[in-house]
Design a protein around this ligand. Structure first.
Ligand code: GCO
Ligand code: MG
Length: 412
């Protein structure tokens, strides 16, 4: 079972996706997601120029060895581009191993620890009535847990709130499939942390009043606060019993979470921009977070994220894998197989892909009353229709960014 071919396929059905396709000499095909939102072509070049040739002729069954080889032989460790490239190779090899064994990947990881994966959807609205409609729309689709993002009076546009030009998912939910807007330059948004801190508790109070105490509610703060501001927000949200508050401070300063933690019992989730266990070392060991947000795609694949989550399990920290539309159907499938098998699964983010994306990527997962399941096809359970993919060439796209009223660039 030697690797015969390594192809990098770039397609942009509802948004840009990068997929690595490995073929073995005995005809098995494995897919890996290498999509790095807004910096896609850097990973394409890394794979095409520096990795593809190294794979040819190698034994496709040696997943751990391949991971260690790609991580250590490069000398330059970690970082989103490197780790997304390694992740794609790793996922493709797990896909191949599953097909060779005739088993879904979750069986190779130890089998199912649960029947399905509770998933949360993204409700958003500029105003409360819009937000309530969006929550109801998600409940009608079966979602049992919901992320709440809201407009803030005085601010023009806020990331994570579906615009009027948003597309719809295959189930008709209104989403910005590519919040990384297509165009030659990134969109500029405005930001005011004090206005945000004044507004958010009232929104959660209204949502609890409307939808009752049971519905698990989540919120994403996108790294915009200082530790003391985050502590204040966590405290002010305690009466509304959040499932989690996500990315409350800029993620690269792990120590910042100590101060937040001392002041609030609101559960914290962090890590969608982390790449290795080293980014989590302090915050897991000191139990400064409750949920690990990494995607398989951005954290070196199933092999490495499983190690992060096994480490987290010792400290009662659970998974909350990243699942926006920029994680491709292949990356989502990998998350579902891993989530089904580990004991410390917490919740899965599930932002549904668009209609065109689902025509390019044929998927085996099921969605049943709020729960995902990866399906029982051998491997990851995703196939790529290359002809369909060819209809959608890459388009430049950037995530938006923030400036404060005085023009200062802010975290987003
Ligand atoms: C989330 C995220 C996304 C990211 C996006 C960046 O919680 O789903 O914050 O909206 O910003 O995936 O590529
Ligand atoms: Mg997030």
């Amino acid at each position: 079972m030697r690797i015969d071919k390594a192809e990098v396929i770039v397609t942009s059905p509802d948004r840009n996706f990068v997929t690595l396709r490995l073929t073995t000499d005995d005809g098995l095909v494995g897919l890996g997601d290498a999509t790095l939102n807004g910096r896609e072509l850097a990973v394409v070049a890394y794979l095409k120029e520096h990795v593809a040739a190294l794979l040819i002729g190698k034994d496709a069954s040696r997943i751990e060895d391949m991971w260690q080889f790609l991580y250590r032989s490069a000398y330059w460790r970690r970082g989103p581009v490197t780790m997304a490239a390694i992740a794609a190779v790793d996922m493709a090899l797990w896909d191949i191993k599953g097909k060779a064994a005739g088993m879904p990947v979750y069986q190779l990881l130890g089998g199912a620890s649960r029947d399905g994966l509770m998933a949360y959807g993204h409700a958003s609205g500029k105003t409360l009535p819009e937000l309530f409609d969006s929550v109801r729309e998600h409940q009608a689709l079966g979602f049992k847990s919901i992320r709440i993002q809201t407009g803030v009076p005085g601010l023009r546009a806020i990331y994570g709130i579906a615009s009027n030009t948003a597309g719809t998912s295959h189930q008709g939910v209104r989403y910005d499939h590519e919040p990384a807007q297509r165009g030659a330059l990134p969109m500029q948004e405005d930001w005011d942390t004090r206005a945000y801190l004044r507004h958010i508790p009232g929104v959660f109070e209204a949502v609890r009043h409307e939808f009752g105490p049971e519905l698990p509610l989540l919120h994403d703060a996108h790294h915009r606060m200082t530790p003391i501001q985050a502590a204040k927000l966590g405290k002010s949200l305690e009466p509304f019993d959040l499932f989690w508050l996500e990315d409350c401070t800029p993620a690269e300063n792990q120590e910042a979470l100590r101060l937040v933690r001392q002041h609030t019992t609101t559960p914290l989730a962090i890590g969608e921009i982390f790449n290795t266990v080293w980014d989590y070392h302090t915050i897991i060991r000191e139990q400064l977070i409750d949920y690990v947000r990494s995607a398989v795609t951005h954290t070196g694949g199933i092999t490495h994220l499983k190690k992060v989550l096994d480490y987290a399990a010792i400290y009662q920290v659970k998974s909350g894998m990243h699942g926006p539309t920029d994680v491709s159907p292949v990356g989502m499938a990998a998350a579902m197989h891993l989530g089904l098998s580990i004991h410390n699964f917490g919740i899965q983010e599930y932002m549904q892909h668009g209609v065109k994306t689902n025509q390019v990527f044929h998927q085996s997962f099921t969605w049943n009353e709020g729960y995902l399941h990866p399906g029982d096809q051998p491997g990851l359970g995703v196939t790529l229709d290359v002809d369909e993919a060819g209809k959608y060439p890459y388009e430049q796209a950037y995530l938006p960014f923030n400036r404060l009223a005085d023009g200062t660039v802010h975290d987003w």
